[in-house]
Design a protein around this ligand. Structure first.
Ligand code: SF4
Ligand code: SF4
Length: 171
């Protein structure tokens, strides 16, 4: 896959379209961007790190995480921000939050509400999928219909879905 071209288009599609028509950050003071843990971050999708090559991003560091995926145990890159960002360069995980792709080896891809978001996000706590801005949901689905054609992205999403299952048991 031409990662740069695809992620650039995904970023563009989710530049203006957000979970609500209004700024949901006003509901929670931007809780998803605030962390007291300096090592907390969001996983980059496979190949997404290409978006940060030759960019000046002092607010973001990208490093290998302990999260592995696929038969070859590929390493997931994690992006750790300082709670601020250049909005035009925020990672895909931030753009789709609190939604996330979900897929099992034998299943069909779905977009679900991330169970991990329930600890801090009022939308994740109270919304059903039908309550989100429909255009936002449509675009997230469209982006992953394309991204999931890539084997690395599929393998990563499958692995991540097992984690979501485990976390989902607590909510
Ligand atoms: S935590 Fe949820 S409601 Fe708050 S800014 Fe993030 S997505 Fe919006
Ligand atoms: S990169 Fe931006 S949108 Fe993502 S968590 Fe950091 S401040 Fe929030």
């Amino acid at each position: 896959m031409n990662a740069k071209r695809i992620y650039k288009e995904a970023y563009r599609l989710l530049e203006q379209v957000t979970p609500l028509r209004v700024d949901c950050g006003q509901l929670c003071s931007g809780a998803c961007c605030i962390s007291e843990d300096n090592e907390a971050g969001m996983y980059l999708y496979p190949g997404e790190e290409c978006m940060y090559k030759n960019e000046n991003t002092p607010w973001l560091r990208i490093e290998p995480s302990a999260f592995l995926y696929g038969d070859a145990d590929k390493v997931t890159q994690i992006a750790i921000c300082d709670g601020t960002c250049n909005r035009a360069l925020r990672p895909l995980s931030c753009r789709i939050f609190p939604l996330i792709p979900y897929l099992k080896e034998d299943g069909k891809p779905e977009i679900i509400i991330d169970p991990r978001a329930k600890s801090m996000c009022p939308l994740a706590q109270t919304f059903r999928m039908a309550d989100f801005e429909p255009e936002f949901v449509r675009r997230v689905k469209m982006i992953f219909a394309i991204l999931l054609k890539n084997k690395d992205v599929r393998d990563f999403v499958i692995e991540q879905s097992y984690v979501l299952d485990e976390i989902g048991k607590f909510f």
